[in-house]
Write a protein that binds this ligand. Sequence first.
Ligand code: S3P
Length: 430
Amino acid sequence: MNGPTRVEPAKRLRGSLRVPGDKSTSHRALMISALADGASTIVGLSRGLDVVSTSEILVQLGATREDHEGAVVVTGPSRGLCATSQTLECGNSGTTMRLLAGVVSGVVGEHTLTGDPSLSERPMDRVAQPLSAMGAIIEGRGARVTAPLRIKGRHDLRGIEYHVPMASAQVKSAILLAGLFASNPTTIREDVRTRTTTEDMLASAGVEVTVTSEDDDLGRSIHLVPGRPQPRDWSVPGDPSQAAFFAVLGAIHSDASIEVENLEGSPERNGYLEVLMRMGAHLEVQRLGATLRFEVRSSALVATEVHANEIPSVDEVPVLVVAAAAATGTTAFRNVGELRHKESDRFAGSMNLAAQLGCQVWSDGDDFFVEGVASAARFRDFTLSASLDHRMVMASAVAGLAGVGANLVTVDTVATSYPHFFRDVDQLRE
Ligand code: S3P
């Protein structure tokens, strides 16, 4: 899809869908498989371009990938990954660049990681600093160490004790992955429990990982003993951050009933469902083993207070802003400064979206506020101009579908995480 696209409002939305494989799990399944000695099978891998970037880089570093019907087989070389003189192109994907910075820190030789214009503006000092403390040499541009990154990896990294200064699963994961190559254990402390995908998946691939936390503690400590992951078979559940677009769409649309199945069910990923329920959404959530399914119906929403701790990584804020815009009253988004460091400045972008829909918006430090217009039917038609941010595009599309339409420029960026987003939306239209 190229150029501006008109999103027409939907009259009626009905149906059941499965969103793409979880992006976080997909990146890690590829990386851990490539680090293992032997073949691992991955079912349900995301086909988004971010995950394609990770896969292509791992092949450049010596892993092999075969695509079979419904499954991908990744084989890590017995001698381990090795450096290449080719550039490692991470595209739009912060997860690729930050986690692979950790991996190549332990692969002897020089590595060059590049990204698209959006990724090249994102801070990499947050991984460069701990990885340098482990013994890698990392160069980037300016104080924030932005890409292109040049990394000199070594086989004798030092394990560290590190307190992650912001809530970031990517930083935690980069250190844990580098820690696999170190000569002594690594211990990480995080004050807010971010998605546990890396430590959980490493543990299930046979790496010794111990997690400790106090009962009254939001955060935790993760202790990792260096070692090589073993090959295994992975099954990737659906991506809750993609399901969030449909949860909000179903809740704010005037005639909707939407069901989404097989979602990754961890609490760090599904806080947005709690937020929507607090706002009065007709949402039925069912747990089936480690996965969730939900059914959402048209609802009259009321304002709430959303704290970053309940949706660490804040990926669902742009679409929750659309819910806040359709609600009655003023919703507060608290401590969401990390939004400024995503694929675009989502702090400014989310406020701008709500303002374009007709809401009063204001901010105070790392908090911002949206006074809803009480119904998506009262949204204004709007145009979202060029954005290199898939989640801003999909959040805007939700507003256009439930409201009175929207013009979106550069919708093709949804392919980074959800190539069939617009096709899935169209299948729900009646
Ligand atoms: C991710 C972590 C989050 C999130 C991103 C995926 C991951 O980033 O925004 O979409 O897979 O580890 P931060 O670690 O910067 O919060």
